[in-house]
Design a protein around this ligand. Structure first.
Ligand code: 5RP
Length: 225
């Protein structure tokens, strides 16, 4: 038999995402309402959740997630129909030691933040390379088309991202400066008229962080969430 190649770094990262997502699927209880995030880690969550055969009512944070969830037989409704959610599960681009996140690499951070805030329990799932000592740019931004140039100047240094508009018709951009203290930057960004939402998520939004790495799963409960 030919010797098999060791898995690449990419394959290992994908395996870690899968492990974190499968663990999070076990946190979902029957007859609950579930917020579904967006991204490649959530892509592992959806089949794991569907395979459990629970009676769930879900909300999707993007058209891509909505489509994938429906294909798997999950019931997707609007957030207005469901109101408060029992649990929401989503990925992250960066996670700092205090539980601050940067999200929005998939340009879905506004809907993701609304869904996270609507959930009694918000679980973040990620592979270990998402854990950082200090958050750094880019910080995703969603801004209104109206007056976009002036809004970008007020958010400087920031630039538009070359991606389609959000499902809500807004532009996607990135803040490219120093992050420094996340709360200070979050307040500064939020104060700019024309900004719809930024991708800094405060630890107060979170209930759990599930990180999968070479050493297995780390499941942190966040008491401020
Ligand atoms: C999408 C997000 C994603 O959760 C974040 O970008 C992580 O994505 P992935 O799981 O593909 O690494 O915020 O807007």
């Amino acid at each position: 038999m030919a010797p098999s190649c060791p898995p690449s770094t990419l394959e290992i990262t994908e395996q870690h995402k899968r492990v974190a997502a499968h663990f999070a699927a076990t946190l979902v209880q029957d007859r609950s309402s579930v917020g579904l995030g967006t991204g490649s880690t959530v892509a592992y969550l959806l089949p794991a959740l569907a395979a459990r055969g629970l009676n769930l009512r879900c909300v999707a944070t993007s058209p891509a997630t909505e489509h994938a969830a429906r294909e798997l037989g999950l019931v997707v409704e609007s957030l207005d129909e469901l109101g408060q959610l029992d649990i929401a599960i989503d990925g992250a681009d960066q996670i700092d030691p205090e539980g601050w996140l940067i999200k929005g690499g998939g340009a879905a951070h506004t809907r993701e933040k609304i869904v996270a805030a609507a959930a009694k329990r918000f679980v973040v799932i990620a592979s270990a390379e998402k854990v950082v000592d200090k958050l750094s740019a880019p910080v995703p931004l969603e801004i209104m088309r109206f007056g976009a140039q002036g809004t970008l100047q007020a958010l400087a240094p920031a630039q538009l991202r070359d991606v389609p508009a959000s499902p809500d018709g807004n532009l996607i951009a990135d803040y490219l400066g120093d992050v420094g203290d996340p709360q200070t930057l979050a307040s500064r960004l939020s104060a700019v008229p024309g900004l719809v939402e930024h991708g800094l998520f405060a630890p107060t939004l979170l209930s759990d962080i599930v990180i999968a790495g070479d050493g297995g799963i780390e499941h942190r409960r966040i008491t401020s969430g």
